[in-house]
Design a binder for this molecule. Structure first.
Ligand code: SAM
Length: 265
C-alpha cells in the first residue's frame, strides 16, 4: 500500500524524499512539530532519527528537522566559533557573539512558540515527563555544545534550559539531541502505529514495563510463562501488573517510592 501524502499548503511532502533531503532549507509548516538544532556538525543529522518510525514520520511530514550550521555564524574569514576560557584552563569555549546570532536566527522562526534547550551534563536529567511536555509544544530549539561548552552569558541572556542525557560527559550534544527528539517524536499523534504502546511502556506511568515474550513457545529450554499462553486476559493483566511492580521495586526503588507516595496523595 502506498503511504498517504500529507499536504502543507503549496508544498507537498512525499515519502519519496529521503529524511536528509527533507532537511534542506525547508520552511516551517504550520501545525507540524519543529526541531531546530544548532550544531557544528549538521551532517550528523538526521542520524538515527532518519530510520524506522521517526524517519517515516519525518518523510510523512508529521514533524520537521532543521540542522543549522553554527560554523556559518563564525567570525572572520576563518569562521572562528570558539576561544580560550576566561581565567585560563584547558580547552575552548563557544563564543557568545557566535552562538547568540545563531539562536536569534532560529528563534525568529520560532516566534516564542517553543523552548530553547542547551544539551548539557549540568542540566536537569531528561525524562519521559519532559518528552511528553516537549511533544505538546510547537517544537524545540536545541543547542549542541562542543569543547568546554558555551559562554554562560548566552544561557542567561536567552533564558535557556540546560538538559542532560545522564550523569556522564560526551564530546558533543548531538547524540543527546537525537535521543531527546526520538523520545519526543514517538509521542506525537500518528507516529506510532499502536497508540496503546506508549500508555503501557516503561516510565509512562512511573513504572518499568513487564517482561515481553514472543514465539517460539520454547527456546533453549526456556518457556514463555504459561499465564501468557492461557488466553485469560484478566489473569494476563494481573500478571503483567505484578511483574511491573516487582521489577520497579527491585531495580528502581526511587521510582517505586514515588509510585507508592502517589497513592496516598
Ligand atoms: C565535553 S562536553 C562539555 C562539558 C562541560 N565542560 C562540563 O564539564 O559540564 C561538550 C558538550 O557535550 C554536550 N554534552 C556532554 N555530555 C552531555 C550530557 N550528559 N547530556 C547532554 N549533553 C552533553 C554538551 O553540549 C557539552 O557542551
Amino acid at each position: 500500500m502506498t503511504p498517504p501524502n500529507r499536504s502543507h499548503g503549496k508544498t507537498r511532502v512525499t515519502p519519496t524524499l529521503k529524511p536528509r533531503a527533507l532537511m534542506q532549507d525547508t520552511p516551517d509548516y504550520a501545525h507540524v512539530w519543529q526541531a531546530h538544532i544548532i550544531t557544528l556538525f549538521p551532517e550528523l543529522f538526521p542520524g538515527v532519527l532518519g530510520a524506522s518510525l521517526t524517519g517515516r514520520a519525518l518523510q510523512e511530514g508529521r514533524w520537521q528537522l532543521h540542522a543549522h550550521d553554527l560554523r556559518s555564524f563564525g567570525l572572520t574569514k576563518h569562521r572562528n566559533v570558539d576561544d580560550t576560557p576566561a581565567g585560563g584552563g584547558a580547552g575552548m569555549v563557544l563564543r557568545a557573539d557566535v552562538v547568540g546570532p545563531a539562536i536569534e536566527a532560529v528563534q525568529a522562526r520560532a516566534q516564542g512558540r517553543w523552548p530553547i534547550l542547551y544539551m548539557s551534563p549540568r542540566g536537569r536529567r531528561f525524562d519521559q515527563a519532559m518528552a511528553r511536555d516537549l511533544s505538546t509544544c510547537a517544537g524545540v530549539t536545541m543547542l549542541c555544545g562542543r569543547f568546554e561548552g558555551v559562554d554562560e552569558r548566552v544561557i542567561e541572556h536567552y533564558g535557556i534550559t540546560e538538559v542532560s542525557l545522564g550523569d556522564f560527559v560526551m564530546t558533543g550534544g548531538e547524540l543527546a539531541a537525537q535521543a531527546m527528539i526520538d523520545a519526543t517524536v514517538r509521542l506525537l499523534p500518528g507516529v506510532l502505529g499502536n497508540a496503546d504502546s506508549t500508555v503501557e511502556e516503561s516510565h509512562s506511568a512511573g513504572l518499568l514495563e513487564h517482561p515481553q515474550y514472543t514465539k517460539p513457545a520454547e527456546w533453549n529450554g526456556r518457556e514463555i510463562p504459561p499465564v501468557l499462553m492461557s488466553g485469560n486476559h484478566a489473569e494476563i493483566e494481573k500478571w503483567r501488573r505484578e511483574m511491573s511492580h516487582q521489577l520497579t521495586r527491585d531495580r528502581r526503588p526511587d521510582l517505586w517510592a514515588r509510585h507508592e507516595a502517589g497513592k496516598d496523595g
